[in-house]
Design a protein around this ligand. Structure first.
Ligand SMILES: [Zn+2]
Length: 145
């Protein structure tokens, strides 16, 4: 439609592009679980997904985490870098360390608060939300308490 920037519609957000290693992560989100790869040999967790354990080359399986964690670091996104997030700006993108998986960092938006309220080390809880424009869900986090 003339005069409307369709790039600003939440219906056209970039979609995930799973590969063989990360397919399990995305499927678990669709099924309602936040799950990360965990090594069958050394029990360490890892994210992002790989074919084998980055520490011992062991076999990996997906295992659900509770969704509780803390903010390792974050940025406040003021500028448009991806379509579909116009209503959200400014918004926080953080690396979240799940409580069960101190080796892992999950990149995710922090929602439901002002960027000024976000601090390194803050406690967060995961929420799985629909991702407009496709059938995927994504993990976002809210400040806990
Ligand atoms: Zn391992």
């Amino acid at each position: 439609m003339a005069g409307i920037d369709e790039g600003d519609s939440p219906s056209v957000r970039p979609q995930p592009g799973p590969d063989d290693d990360s397919q399990g992560y995305w499927q678990h989100l669709i099924d309602g679980d936040l799950a990360l790869q965990r090594c069958s040999s050394c029990s360490r967790w890892q994210f992002p997904a790989l074919e084998r354990c980055r520490y011992c080359n062991g076999e990996l399986r997906y295992e659900a985490v509770s969704g509780s964690g803390s903010i390792h670091t974050f940025i406040v996104q003021h500028h448009k870098v991806a379509p579909g997030f116009e209503q959200e700006r400014p918004y926080v993108i953080a690396l979240v360390t799940p409580d069960e998986a101190p080796e892992a960092r999950i990149p995710a938006r922090i929602i439901g608060c002002s960027p000024q309220d976000v601090t390194i080390g803050a406690r967060v809880t995961a929420e799985l939300v629909e991702h407009p424009g496709g059938s995927y869900r994504v993990a976002v986090f809210r400040l806990a308490g």
